[in-house]
Each structure stands twice: as C-alpha cells, then as structure tokens.
Design a protein around this ligand. Structure first.
Ligand code: AOF
Ligand code: ZN
Length: 340
C-alpha cells in the first residue's frame, strides 16, 4: 500500500476522532480498518472515559461483516499508538493481536507511562507497525491532551474579547457587547469543549456572569464545564455562578500554580481562563498559558480597561512573542488563535 493511501486513511481516522468529546480526561482517538485492497471496511472512535477505545470500536464494527478472528491482511489505522495497559478498559494492542490484524499504522506515540509500549507489544507478536504517518497533523489535533499529559497539569487556554485597541470594557465598566454574535457563540462552543472555566472573584462581583455553555438557541449544552472562581474574597451564594446549571468551586488562592495543582487533582485536562485582567496577567507572567484565543472587534474604546495589566516587561527585547496559528473572520470580528 502506498504512503499516500495510508495518509488518506489516517485523515479519515483524524476526522472520526473529532466526533468524540473534546472534554474529559481521555484523548480524542479515531480508527479505521483497511482490507487487503486498502478499502476502509470498518470505523470507530472513542466516545469518552470509561467507554471502549477507538481500536476496539473499529474491531467491533468489522466483526459485524466478517468472521472473527479476521483473515490475514487487515490494517488498522489509528490516531494514537494503541494502549498497552489495563485502565478503565483493556489493552488495545492485545485486542488488535487477538483480532488477527496484520498491520497497525499510527502517527504519534502514547506519552503515558503505563499506557505506552503498545507498538512494541504488537511487533513482538508479529504485527507490522508503521509509525509517524501524518505525525504533525495528529500532534496538532491532540495538543491539549498531549500537553496536559506531558506537563501533568491542565492545558490552559486564555480567552478574551477586546476592541481593536485592546480594551475589554468601556471606561464605565460596561462591556455588553464588545464582540459580535458569532464570536459570542464561538466562545460558548469553546466552553462546551473544555473541562473547567476560570474567573477571578473580581469578575464575579463586577459582572455576575453565569459561565455556562449554551447553543445558538440559548439551550444549555449537555456538557457543562466546572466553574471555578479564583481568589480570596467572599462571594455570596446568590451570584449566578452558583446557580444549578453546572458545578462550581471557589479556590481561595491568588497563585495560578496553586489553582492548577488543585484542578490537576480534579482531573481537569483543559482549563479556559476568562478573566479578569488581573488573573489573565498572572497566568501570563507565570508562563502558564498554552494557547491564546482573542476575539478582536472593530471598535475603539480607549480608556483604562485593558485586557492585560502589567506583565513586568521593561523593554522590547523582553516582549512576549507569540505565533498566530489560526485567524479568521467571525462576522465582523477577527478571531485569533496564538501561542508562544
Ligand atoms: C482513549 N481512547 O481510543 C485510546 C486511548 O482509562 P482508559 O482505559 O480509558 O485508558 C485511557 C488511555 O488509553 C489514554 O490516556 C491513552 O493513553 C490510551 N489510548 N484512550 O481514551 C482511545 N486509544
Ligand atoms: Zn486503548
């Protein structure tokens, strides 16, 4: 089979992976099985922690059409090295061996300590293994899970909506609305995809946000991220953030590292930091931001309400340099994704 052919199969597996939830402790993983002629004859993807892995879903899919164990010559194309451990489910490397799969193709190694080693187990059992197909694309797609795993802390996305001149509110504090409707919906979809949203006590006291994830019609998404308030000030229980639409915790700390430690314990893989500027600045200063999402609205506000306060940067040579990885128009706003 040509590499091009394996790449297009991997492309399909990567698309399937995205059908699973972005939130939750587990990665998004997709898998297809190719027959001897290279046709896709089975598909699977992981639907979240506690459910079968993508490889097992694809094997189950193929079982419906041919007899098990499969005849020689089938190739499994998976978006992550098959696992080698008993976690919430059994080891996929063994499931592939038992199914009689002849060849396994994957883009990236599993960085986990217990789960890694699947490729070796496959080879030891006579299965051909091809690693690295669409590696960069797969790495990019799995970056949240990979980073969280490698750093043993949540992946942190920082999000704000500002005027072109970087203001997140007018001088009187009003901020409804800086960004347009499409940007605001995009921000709700972003919330749906994360495990937790964080704001400071100041934001709760000033804006009384609900911090839930809602669809275009205003309905609540089935998955609601944990709402986290950071800071030592007392928040009264009648604030909207404490309503029954989602779980909420207050972490009485000012240090972002303390907050991340607590959220790591709670198995938060992806944290969305939404403000205010003091907290945003703290995360940046402590080098704890993995990705920035900025909605830039074509407005000018001037005044003192900047997205970021002081970062302790004295001169140009210390500027924090970012790389833009995605940009697009959302209605009249500019959507920017960037990282260091
Ligand atoms: C998934 N889905 O399709 C694959 C995964 O606790 P468990 O048993 O669900 O195992 C989770 C680990 O298994 C995960 O961190 C990763 O290392 C590996 N592969 N996980 O959730 C999948 N193939
Ligand atoms: Zn597995």
């Amino acid at each position: 089979m040509q590499l091009k052919h394996l790449e297009s199969a991997m492309q399909r597996s990567l698309e399937l992976a995205l059908l699973g939830p972005a939130w939750g402790v587990n990665p998004q993983v997709g898998a297809v099985i190719l027959d001897q002629e290279g046709r896709i004859v089975a598909e699977g993807y992981h639907k979240g922690a506690g459910t079968a892995h993508a490889e097992v879903m694809a094997i189950e899919d193929l079982k419906r059409s041919i007899s098990y164990p499969f005849a020689p010559g089938y190739t499994a194309v998976v978006t992550l090295e098959p696992c080698n451990h008993f976690g919430r489910t059994g080891p996929c490397a063994q499931a592939l061996i038992d199914a009689g799969i002849s060849r396994v193709v994957f883009p990236i190694k599993d960085p986990g300590n217990e789960s890694a080693g699947g490729a070796q187990r496959l080879r030891d059992n006579g299965v051909e293994v091809i690693e690295g197909v669409l590696r960069e694309k797969a790495k990019e797609q799995a970056r949240v899970w990979l980073t969280a795993k490698q750093l043993a802390r949540p992946f942190v996305t920082l999000k704000w909506a500002s005027s072109l001149d970087g203001r997140i509110a007018a001088a009187d504090g009003s901020s409804k609305w800086i960004s347009g409707e499409e940007s605001r919906q995009d921000a709700h979809d972003l919330r749906r995809d994360v495990d937790a949203i964080l704001v400071g006590t100041g934001t709760v006291l000033a804006d009384d946000p609900e911090l839930t994830a809602r669809d275009r019609t205003g309905n609540y998404y089935a998955h609601q991220p944990l709402r986290v308030v950071m800071g030592e000030r007392e928040i009264s229980s009648d604030r909207r953030i404490f309503n029954d639409k989602a779980a909420t915790i207050q972490i009485r700390a000012r240090n972002p590292q303390v907050v991340l430690d607590e959220l790591t314990k709670r198995e938060v893989k992806h944290l969305l930091v939404e403000g205010g500027s003091k907290i945003v600045s703290e995360f940046i200063r402590n080098n704890l931001v993995d990705e920035f999402i900025i909605y830039l609205a074509p407005l000018l506000l001037g005044g003192p309400r900047l997205a970021i306060n002081d970062l302790g940067i004295p001169g140009m040579s210390e500027a924090l340099k970012l790389r833009i990885t995605e940009q697009k128009l959302l209605g009249e706003d500019l959507f920017i994704r960037a990282r260091r």
